[in-house]
Design a protein. Structure first.
Ligand SMILES: C[S@@+](CC[C@H](N)C(=O)[O-])C[C@H]1O[C@@H](n2cnc3c(N)ncnc32)[C@H](O)[C@@H]1O
Length: 195
């Protein structure tokens, strides 16, 4: 497959080349989490990195949270910060090989833009297969001009809408209102249902 390899990402983690890392739960995602109506939801965060979102969810009482990342260093960082997080729910793996499924919610944040755009159809297929019927894919997508020399690989709302609508019912996709300053206007918040 044409995606950037596990070695590529592990090396970036080991060399602290993690410019995407904002250091805390992303405000639009925190707002989304705060309105969820059940702590029982089974939630996945793929390409989770330092996974501040999973840390926040876990602290709020969501115990059925899973993170997956190519990088052992990223997952180890997360487990060091969160020693009571179940290790079997912090998975070092290729997202496309993930076996755990039946998620109620999958959270997107700077994972889609880390994948070669040729993988976007595979991404949508895999997301669909991991979700329960009626489950939600939600999170943030960069609203940036397309560039070939990513990551991050960009895209815009019209293109995303067309692609995501082939597998999901789009509930919402709009410029996020509460992005961090450096991402204001460049980030779409979306929620899509596995119809
Ligand atoms: C741009 S970083 C984003 C990390 C985190 N979501 C954040 O916003 O801070 C992308 C992450 O996806 C991981 N990744 C890339 N391709 C992957 C794949 N195929 N399977 C699992 N993880 C992957 C990388 O190791 C990296 O940690």
């Amino acid at each position: 497959m044409e995606y950037l390899s596990a070695d590529y990402w592990e090396t970036r983690w080991q060399n602290n080349q993690t410019g995407w890392d904002i250091g805390y739960v992303s405000p639009p995602l925190k707002a989304y989490f705060d309105q969820l109506d059940s702590k029982q939801y089974k939630i996945l965060i793929p390409g989770a990195g330092n996974a501040y979102e999973a840390e926040y969810l876990f602290q709020q009482g969501f115990k059925n949270v899973f993170v997956v990342d190519f990088s052992k260093s990223a997952i180890n960082n997360f487990l060091k910060r969160n020693p009571s997080f179940p290790t079997e729910q912090a998975i070092v793996s290729d997202f496309f090989q993930l076996k755990e499924s039946h998620f109620d919610i999958i959270i997107e944040q700077t994972f889609f833009c880390a994948l070669d755009p040729s993988l976007r159809e595979n991404y949508l297929d895999k997301m669909k297969s991991l979700l329960k019927p009626g489950g939600k894919l939600a999170g943030l997508l960069f609203h940036l001009p397309e560039k070939k020399d990513g990551p991050p690989y960009g895209g815009d709302k019209e293109v995303y809408l067309e692609q995501f609508a082939t597998r999901f019912e789009i509930i919402e996709m709009d410029i996020a209102k509460n992005s961090i300053e450096s991402r204001q206007g460049n980030e779409l918040f979306f929620e899509a249902e596995n119809s």
